[in-house]
Design a protein around this ligand. Structure first.
Ligand SMILES: Cc1cc2nc3c(=O)[nH]c(=O)nc-3n(C[C@H](O)[C@H](O)[C@H](O)COP(=O)(O)OP(=O)(O)OC[C@H]3O[C@@H](n4cnc5c(N)ncnc54)[C@H](O)[C@@H]3O)c2cc1C
Length: 390
């Protein structure tokens, strides 16, 4: 068994890190005050979009996409290493640099489009010129995704969509949306849900209210479909098999979200060590107290385990397997792990852990969302229990 990271991937991570230091860190410094107030305005969004295009020019952005649409066909392990490295910088702008719009994103599904639509929609995504969103969740159906209500009815050369999505990340800005709708009410998940690529400018498609989340971000939005006509060629994959594609996408992204948690947790540990050495109480650094050391040591053990689980999952996927249970284990374990690490980090920082001028307060809020998005912890346990025969 060889646990070493291949040289080419290690070099890739080094050059990605130096790109972030050179081009993302200055943005973080420039907008520090606004970030501290949870403000992410138009100017910052534009700066993020420019950084995204720059990352695409260098090849990092769409690295995990196949070569025939402009990616590098980077392995799942390579992608996970990049995601971890980006998150470990603690730079919020780093989220713009891997895509499209993040490595868990549904773009591999888009390889199911006819070739001319791939050139039209997927290539610009990989180049960072456009962005997309993944629209499955609805007010009536989140965990129980097969109960979505949005319908698509075939009418001549188009499918007519009606319904409403909510909580859609990047929904207000995306140039294209991957939308899941019911095409056969009787079949539902079993052949009755279809995936559609919907361009932003199609009549009948509009953005509803923007939704502000726990981390103060406003990048979730409602999407509204009101007799929205989508050309038949914009069906992604086979009619009726959208639910399977959505589940495959969510499963395929687990190594990336696992790596994201590992990177953030590593960043928190680095911050804790620095703080524990620098902060004095009772005439000595707080890190001289065993109670503080143990908090950081417990976090280090958990991050190590999470990293091994993530690399193992990436190895399974890269070996051509479709590891449903292990994917759910990584999602469950790592999102809960980073919550515990963030909680300890707040404790190590004391009062400075609770105010926005300190470096950990926003992370504590942000990582809380990871236990809900892309399938809650409870749903991961359901999947794992099912794999055990329960
Ligand atoms: C910040 C953010 C970003 C998001 N981005 C996107 C996006 O880009 N695209 C998209 O399509 N969706 C997105 N979502 C939606 C997200 O995936 C859902 O919120 C999530 O799947 C949970 O669904 P729900 O909110 O409807 O909760 P519900 O399904 O109503 O669940 C509520 C509670 O009941 C529990 N529960 C439900 N069923 C069971 C069960 N069988 N066993 C045990 N417990 C159960 C859940 O675990 C949870 O604790 C986003 C959500 C947020 C908050």
């Amino acid at each position: 068994m060889d646990f070493s990271i291949p040289d080419d991937l290690a070099e890739l991570v080094t050059s990605y890190r130096s790109f972030l230091d050179r081009e993302a860190r200055p943005l973080e410094d420039r907008y520090r005050d606004r970030l501290q107030d949870d403000v992410f305005d138009e100017e910052m969004r534009e700066a993020g979009a420019a950084l995204r295009r720059r990352s695409a020019e260098l090849g990092f952005y769409g690295a995990h996409m196949p070569e025939d649409v402009g990616g590098w066909g980077l392995s799942t392990l390579g992608t996970a290493l990049l995601v971890e490295a980006g998150a470990a910088t603690g730079l919020r702008f780093a989220s713009y640099t891997l895509g499209p719009p993040n490595p868990e994103a549904p773009t591999p599904i888009l390889m199911g489009l006819p070739e001319h639509l791939r050139d039209k929609h997927v290539v610009p995504l990989v180049k960072g010129q456009t962005t997309m969103c993944f629209a499955l969740t609805e007010p009536e159906a989140g965990s129980d995704a097969q109960s979505i209500q949005t319908t698509a009815v075939l009418d001549g050369d188009a499918w007519v969509l009606n319904g409403r999505k909510h909580f859609i990340t990047n929904g207000a800005e995306a140039d294209v949306a991957l939308v899941f709708a019911v095409t056969d009410r009787d079949k539902r998940a079993d052949g009755g849900i279809t995936a559609f690529l919907v361009a932003r400018d199609v009549p009948g498609f509009s953005v509803g209210k923007r939704q502000r989340n726990l981390a103060g971000e406003t990048n979730q939005a409602e999407l509204v479909f009101d007799d929205c006509r989508v050309p038949v060629e914009n069906v992604v994959g086979e009619v009726g098999f959208g639910f399977q594609q959505a589940m495959r996408f969510l499963n395929g992204g687990r190594a990336a979200i696992g790596a994201l948690c590992v990177g953030i947790a590593q960043h928190l540990i680095d911050l804790c060590v620095e703080q524990a050495n620098a902060r004095q109480a009772f005439g000595r650094p707080i890190g001289k107290n065993q109670a503080v050391q143990w908090m950081v040591a417990d976090s280090a053990v958990e991050v190590h385990a999470a990293r091994l689980m993530t690399h193992h999952l990436a190895w399974l996927v890269d070996s051509g397997q479709y590891p449903i249970a292990q994917s759910s284990m990584v999602k469950l374990h790592n999102t809960e792990m980073v919550g515990r690490v963030a909680d300890r980090a707040v404790q190590v920082f004391g009062g400075m852990g609770l105010v926005s001028e300190g470096p950990v307060e926003w992370i504590y809020r942000w990582v809380r969302m990871l236990r809900v998005v892309e399938g809650t912890s409870e749903i991961q346990r359901v999947v794992i229990a099912r794999s055990l025969g329960l």
